[in-house]
Design a protein around this ligand. Structure first.
Ligand code: ADP
Ligand code: ZN
Length: 721
């Protein structure tokens, strides 16, 4: 027999099948050790066959193999499609399906010793402990050595073992990172609205359902019931959430419902724990894979349902090669298993909502919170007026008043700062005017090195005005303060308030943000100041006030999705307020109070937002009416990077010249951030009217010889920096 093997070396030169001779025990999906070049390397068996074209004298043999396949038939099929779609070496694709720990071989299986009865043997009449051990084993079957030693002492056990009366055997055990958390609890009874939504999901013939439910509408409970139903049928489930949502709260809720049948894969686990959770899914007792993006590759078979919660979240696009899209993989798996794929969100992405509206996905809506709890009231604070009144702080008078009474009542507040966008956007502090590109209708970015405003989509450059072109005012520049400054100012205003700060700087380390969240949820702080991290999923019952300090900032980042992102963020942050009995409030501070995105967000009007946004996208020909494709070249050496990009550009140009009508934009340029971590960055940016040319683009890029420069493709990238 012969095995077709992919060697675990991610290089295009060896990205092909190598044949090896093998025995009958080898099957597809197995991890094997094979002679390669002058050494031995790890590989994976893609297929086995009876014949080979490799001449006998050249043929080498498989040296070793695991006992069971690491990759299922489904994984191999899926890998084929991914490699073809994204044009990446198969070795790189296969790695998606395996925990890194398995490849590096740094983690070993954990075992413990158990004792079983051995040969017949009669202990001396006075060896009471020995008699006890034997009768214990007769009654209870195999028992852990640690237990026997504790009950009867090590000496008696040793004597029995020496006589052959008992035998020691190694048994595999799985590290369980969540032992003891979440006591098993009965499920909640669904409300009529939840039941109707569940029935609608079960009732549709379509593979994909979008569950669009406001924050606090009880979507999670619906997912859990769907999953429970599939488990009862003997199937498995995959439940995906953004990494940041994998809070202890969420995990204990899942363990409470599913106990050890749930395996949880996330970056906070130790290597050994992650490996064991993966193994529990593959061969052990776990039947639900819960995790962030990469859990979409979980080694479960007979999948009965896949859920992607917070489907709009940017973390579902991977940022390292291969740059897969989680939805695409989930969809392929759902089709393979003929099961449902449920996408859930309070603020679905415009693209997803459009597909649901168009009838490609089923659309199920939950417009109200559980038990008719009201949505928190959103008050808009006009920061232009504050500036005019001489208030130069980051806090409007409205926010200060509400904060004071919130603290006086012993409640908690969250202040949210959208720091992501603030640095480079030019805005007028008097009238709220934001410099935008004439061609693209996206905010311009200020480049201090040239003292110019630039459009990241079409390369147009503009002079940096000294006064506001709209109102002539001289307060034209940047606004925005860091979280640190906010905390400092806040402490001065409320000296006795206990304030926590949560941002990338305060959450370093494995448990960084969990520590802060715990402190806040135990009410050991009154105000939580933070960036995006505070927006998602948290359920703090005592929070009755949310302040959004600079709602504009995200609105003007140079990205066609900035409106959509702002709508999502404002809705998500607002959703943290008033989740329990006490009603919640939100203060939204802005320099553009008439902005439609903020208006729709303040009134929780997703439909209004969507109608406006989709019309704008169509008029401007942005996705989903086009596709933005970026080919990025990054490398240590500037000349080489540029050369690689030029070569790629020339290949791509052939496609462009053949059918320019399929393109809305096509050019090569510096990436907006010219160097990241000492790597130079050049790009070809394209906006495709007709995405059918994508295949050719992938092929062209794959054909470019990769030197020490990495050239890769991004589709509708999360960020164009
Ligand atoms: P969403 O995921 O839609 O934001 P959650 O699933 O977090 O909403 O539910 C919001 C709150 O309502 C949670 O505290 C949850 O425990 C509670 N809840 C959900 N379903 C029910 C139900 N059927 N009966 C009682 N409480 C429920
Ligand atoms: Zn432009």
């Amino acid at each position: 027999m012969y095995a077709e093997v992919i060697v675990d070396i991610a290089h295009s030169d060896v990205d092909k099948i190598f044949d090896y001779a093998c025995g009958e025990e080898i099957s597809a999906g197995m991890r094997v050790a094979v002679p390669f070049g002058r050494g031995v390397t790890t590989g994976f068996v893609m297929r086995t066959k009876e014949k080979t074209d490799v001449p006998t004298e050249k043929l080498k043999s498989v040296l070793r193999a695991d006992e069971t396949p690491a990759l299922t038939e489904e994984a191999l099929q899926l890998a084929d499609r991914i490699a073809l779609r994204y044009r990446v070496p198969m070795a790189l694709v296969l790695r998606l399906f395996l925990p890194a720990e398995m490849r590096t071989g740094k983690v070993s299986e954990k075992t413990h010793t158990v004792y079983v009865l051995g040969d017949d043997y009669t202990p001396a009449p006075r060896a009471q402990k020995q008699w006890q051990i034997l009768s214990f084993l007769k009654e209870n079957g195999e028992t852990a050595g640690t237990v026997l030693k504790e009950m009867f002492g090590a000496a008696a056990l040793k004597a029995l073992e020496a006589a052959g009366a008992v035998k020691a055997e190694a048994r595999r055990i799985f590290r369980d990172p969540y032992r003891g958390i979440g006591k098993l609890q009965p499920p909640k009874i669904l409300t009529p609205a939840q039941r109707a939504a569940l029935d609608a999901i079960e009732g549709t013939e379509k593979t994909v359902t979008l569950l669009h439910g406001v924050t606090g509408s009880g979507k999670t409970e619906i997912y859990l019931d769907l999953i429970a139903d599939r488990l009862a049928k003997g199937q498995t489930a995959i439940f995906l959430v953004p990494e940041i949502s994998l809070t202890p709260q969420m995990l204990s809720q899942l363990r409470a419902r599913f106990g050890e049948r749930a395996a949880i894969l996330h970056s906070g686990l130790s290597a050994g724990e992650r490996f064991d959770e993966w193994e529990r899914l593959r061969v052990g007792g776990a039947r639900i894979a819960i995790g962030a993006r990469s859990a979409v590759f979980a080694p479960v078979s007979d999948v009965g349902i896949i859920v992607i919660d917070e489907e709009h979240d940017g973390s579902y696009s991977s940022e390292s090669a291969p740059r897969y899209n989680t939805f695409d993989i989930a969809y392929l798996r759902a089709r393979y298993h003929k099961c449902k794929l449920v996408l859930g969100s309070a603020t679905p992405s415009v693209e997803t909502y459009r597909r649901a509206k168009d009838g490609e996905f089923a659309l199920v809506e939950l417009p109200d919170r559980i038990n008719a709890r009201p949505m928190p009231k959103v008050c808009i604070a006009d920061m232009r007026r504050e500036v005019r009144r001489g208030n130069a702080t980051a806090f409007s008078s409205m926010l200060r008043e509400k904060l004071a009474s919130c603290l006086a009542e012993g409640n908690q507040a969250i202040l949210f700062l959208n720091r992501r966008g603030f640095a480079q956007t030019a805005i007028c502090r008097d009238c709220g005017y934001v410099a935008k590109c004439k061609n693209c209708d996206v905010a311009l970015t200020y480049h201090s090195d040239e003292n110019r405003l630039k459009c990241h989509y079409c390369e147009a450059r503009y002079k940096m005005p000294s006064a506001c072109p709209e109102c002539g005012g001289h307060r034209f520049g940047y606004v925005g303060m860091g979280t640190q400054r906010i905390v400092h100012d806040l402490q001065k205003l409320y000296p006795s308030a206990r304030i926590l700060r949560m941002d990338v700087d305060t959450t370093r380390g494995k448990e960084g943000h969990l520590r802060i969240l715990k402190q806040f949820s135990e009410h050991n702080a009154d105000i939580l100041v933070g960036t995006q991290m505070v927006a998602k999923g948290h359920d703090f019952p005592s929070v009755t006030l949310v302040g959004i300090l600079d709602a504009d900032m995200g609105l003007h980042i140079p990205d066609y999705r900035s409106g959509e992102r702002t709508f999502q963020l404002v809705t998500q942050v607002a959703g943290r307020s008033g989740r329990a009995q006490a009603p919640g409030e939100v203060v939204l501070q802005t320099y553009s109070p008439e902005n439609y995105i903020l208006r729709f967000a303040a009134s929780y009007d997703y439909a209004g937002f969507y109608a406006h946004e989709i019309a704008m996208r169509e008029a401007m020909m942005f996705p989903p009416f086009s596709k933005i494709v970026r080919v990025l070249a990054t490398g240590d050496d500037e000349k080489e990077t540029l050369a690689a990009l030029k070569e790629t550009f020339e290949e791509l140009q052939k496609i462009y010249v053949k059918a320019p009508e399929k393109f809305l934009f096509f050019n090569k340029m510096h990436a907006p951030i010219k160097r990241i971590r000492n790597k130079f960055r050049y790009q070809v940016l394209m906006r495709l009217k007709d995405p059918s040319v994508l295949k050719e683009i992938y092929a062209a890029v794959a054909a470019v010889k990769q030197r020490d420069v990495l050239v890769y493709i991004e589709e509708n990238p999360e960020s164009l920096s």
